[in-house]
Design a protein around this ligand. Sequence first.
Ligand SMILES: [Zn+2]
Length: 299
Amino acid sequence: MIVGNEKKINILRQIIKSNNIPHAMIFSGPEMIGKKKIAIEFIKNIFCEDLCGECYFCKSIENNPDINIISPVEGNIEIEEIRKAKERLSLKPYYNKIKTLIIDDSHLMKSDAQNALLKMIEEPKGDTLIIFITPFREMLLKTIRSRAQEIKFSLVGNEEIEKYLISLGASSKKAKEISLISSGQIGKAINFFEDKSKMDFFNKSIEDIIFLSRSSINQRFQYAEKLKDDKIKIIEILDIWERFLRREILLKVFNYKSSVNYSLKKTKELIDELEKIKYMIESSNVNKRMAFESLLIKL
Ligand SMILES: [Zn+2]
């Protein structure tokens, strides 16, 4: 089941109906809102017009040789993976429909890997479709962006998330609690619901930022030390802190008691800084610990 982004999904249905499927598409928008899931449904829909849920195509994408999916391994997409996928894409479709390639977190391709795909997009041979999924569209080459049809997905509304969680068996209290901390990211909401340790990690990270905001420089460095260069964990923590600070702004604006002693101005500055650091860690080879430390000092 797909939650949210109804208008965009209608556009995708129209594309299939019109039988005018582009050779390249970009599915952009925030993380964990279901872009990959939507891309897979879209491709299934090309193979099965009614998305019946019963047929060979609907049941499994793993066994369909015309569907290729590349996901990053340890934060990288190697050019070798792209080359192999290109070869598979150049074969005739097995099912006489279309050959497809989904590249998840496609901004993690370096420019050589992106360039390797460019020719396929500029002069497509036969029926091929490449879908670039990314929250950072700017990191795709301009030449790719200009040739791809882009669909911009957005965050999912709290009510939709709540309803969905209730349909999964959550109590309405729990559904509300989770929707409030998921900030429109349906994937996160599902994680929180299905995996208690995610919820614990979330709460722990909030405790950490409150603690750090009152602690000595040494304690801050120790905190960074503990995380080493664990990019995925650092990004996860920064993500939680960002949401925490955004909520802090609301609390301050409405004069509720907030958890940290920051002024409104300082909270906003921290959010900007946090976004900057997150982008740096995500997109370049900066020393992650140093970048993270530079933020910790400002907390
Ligand atoms: Zn089907």
